[in-house]
Design a protein around this ligand. Structure first.
Ligand SMILES: C[S@@+](CC[C@H](N)C(=O)[O-])C[C@H]1O[C@@H](n2cnc3c(N)ncnc32)[C@H](O)[C@@H]1O
Length: 314
């Protein structure tokens, strides 16, 4: 693999939060380059790790061998965590960690199409299967593209960008897409942020159903954690963090009464999480060593003995 290895973000804080002990079983929902899994194994825990990217699963095989039976690596979306664990009789578990988003390996390999730094095919699929970014952009109608850019990229001029994309179709490469967005929005070489950033984020989130996966993954974690089990979630932008924050507030009963997010029946359910800590951000030293850590937010909560809330409440 030519890409630089992924540096785990907030590693010490995540491991502190999970407090793994020998004999415990933890889920690493987003294996990536295995940074968290390795640290959990070093603490004597068993690890069941998920990744939907076949490259991550392939890259993890040496660690599976090294772990001598204490690491199980599963190629599946983490939304399927409950059924995958049940099928192997591995639930309940003592901890779940989710490190949301793309890995450095995915970003740095131009042929995966996640980045406009180098030129590659408009792909962006973590699982390397299903609808690609090119399929979506060349097939969807203008309104649908605009909605994706607006909701997932928070692109204020989503309609203008969507129109430019439709006029430029068919699009095949990341460089083509970046050029279309820059032309539509105006781009000065010294702009701090490339105007294509928001469009790329939006399309990536859409193609990988990232927010749906996150919501489903949180519900699955609630169902597989034993009472006292810990859930740690690292996110990289406000759309994801808002979702995690809201989930923890609801499930711990600290959502203000009458919240528009909660149906009345759900508001009466017993809290399924407690000890929801404040958001943790990377310190200066970590950000200096790993710029990716700048936008990371960690949230942690502990599972209570209450029944999981019925699905549809996330
Ligand atoms: C930020 S990286 C994780 C890095 C990892 N913590 C490490 O230390 O190397 C995210 C990884 O999660 C995977 N991923 C993202 N969303 C996923 C999902 N819904 N289900 C399974 N894997 C997912 C990606 O393919 C990627 O490899």
């Amino acid at each position: 693999m030519s890409a630089a290895p992924h540096i785990p973000v907030l590693l010490a804080e995540v491991i502190d939060a999970l407090a793994p002990a020998p004999g415990e079983r933890h889920v690493d929902a987003t294996f990536g380059a295995g940074g968290y899994s390795r640290a959990l194994l070093e603490r004597g825990a068993e690890v069941v790790a998920f990744d939907r990217d076949p490259d991550a699963i392939g890259g993890g095989q040496p660690l599976v061998a090294e772990a001598e039976g204490r690491l199980i690596l599963i190629e599946a979306p983490f939304s399927a965590m409950e059924s995958e664990l049940d099928a192997r009789d591995l639930a309940p578990v003592d901890g779940v960690v989710m490190d949301i988003g793309v890995s450095s390996m995915q970003l740095d390999q131009a042929e995966r199409g996640f980045s406009f730094q180098g030129d590659g095919p408009l792909d962006m699929r973590m699982s390397q299967s299903g609808e690609s970014a090119a399929d979506f952009l060349n097939g969807a109608d203008e309104g649908e593209i605009a909605d994706v850019l607006y909701h997932y990229g928070e692109e204020p001029r989503s309609r203008r960008v969507a129109r430019a994309i439709v006029e430029a179709r068919p699009l095949a490469t990341t460089a083509q897409l970046a050029a279309v967005v820059r032309k539509a929005l105006g781009h000065k070489p010294h702009d701090k942020k490339d105007p294509a950033t928001r469009t790329f984020q939006a399309i990536r989130i859409h193609v990988n159903r990232e927010l749906g996966e996150l919501a489903d993954g949180l519900v699955a974690a609630e169902r597989v954690l034993r009472p006292g089990g810990r859930l740690a979630v690292v996110t990289f932008h406000s759309l994801e963090d808002r979702l995690v924050k809201r989930f923890f507030r609801e499930r711990s009963g600290s959502m203000p009464a009458g919240s528009r997010h909660l149906p009345p029946a759900a508001a009466r359910a017993e809290p399924s999480f407690e000890d929801v800590g404040r958001a943790v951000r990377a310190g200066e030293a970590e950000v200096a060593a790993n710029p990716r850590a700048r936008s990371a937010t960690l949230r942690v909560a502990r599972r209570t003995s209450a029944a999981p809330w019925v699905s549809g409440e996330a």
